[in-house]
Design a protein around this ligand. Structure first.
Ligand code: SF4
Ligand code: SF4
Length: 203
């Protein structure tokens, strides 16, 4: 199913209105350069710069894949994992200004168990209220409905999903992204960002 050209026009117009406020991102559409990680070229920039938060189920998965105890994976205080009062309460351990799981070869030493944030990066989905020009949060039912309409080639309502890429990531050097790959990426990004650790069958 292709994204409707009228929807693309609507997405471009909406982005033009807000892009100044979203200077760290760019719009990612079918035909945009596809992503190929260039960890050697950027010296694993994302694994060094960002602190990664994760939830209970992500921690269980990482612990299972790595064979390591939570206390060896997370930032700790007085010998216990720090737990913040947030939906994703834990922080991956850092060592000398980088994620402690980053190998010397600039690869993730726990790639198959890595948290959702690491699987998501450098793509993001926002849902725009076109009346206010602001993104919406927490309205999962409406956001899911809007994403479903977008993926099925309809005009999304009530919100407009925008697939974005982080401009600090230098990995967008691949061939133009085909429409079917864009669809898959948009759905997967939505799932990782808003439905962490849930089944792919959300629609
Ligand atoms: S995802 Fe982007 S920023 Fe991170 S290592 Fe790969 S190319 Fe570098
Ligand atoms: S868990 Fe892996 S992918 Fe995520 S920040 Fe650490 S090294 Fe990078």
């Amino acid at each position: 199913m292709g994204i409707d050209t009228q929807v693309i026009d609507r997405v471009r117009a909406a982005w033009t209105r807000i892009e100044e406020r979203w200077a760290a991102y760019d719009l990612h559409l079918p035909g945009s350069p596809s992503f190929i990680c260039q960890a050697e070229a950027c010296s694993a920039h994302c694994c060094k710069v960002y602190s990664v938060s994760l939830g209970e189920r992500e921690l269980e998965r990482l612990s299972r894949f790595s064979g390591l105890e939570p206390v060896d994976l997370l930032e700790t205080e007085n010998g216990k994992p720090i737990s913040l009062p947030l939906a994703q309460p834990y922080l991956l351990a850092r060592d000398e200004g980088r994620c402690a799981l980053l190998g010397d070869d600039l690869r993730c030493s726990q790639y198959h168990g890595r948290p959702e944030a690491c699987r998501l990066y450098p793509h993001f989905v926002i849902f725009l209220n076109e009346t206010t020009g602001r993104p919406v949060h927490g309205e999962l039912r409406e956001m899911s409905a809007s994403m479903r309409m977008l993926l099925e080639g309809e005009q999304p309502e009530p919100y407009l999903p925008l697939l974005l890429r982080h401009i600090e990531c230098p990995g967008f050097t691949g061939p133009p992204l085909p429409a079917d790959a864009w669809h898959q990426l948009a759905e997967e990004t939505f799932r990782l960002q808003y439905l962490p650790m849930q089944e792919l069958k959300w629609r």
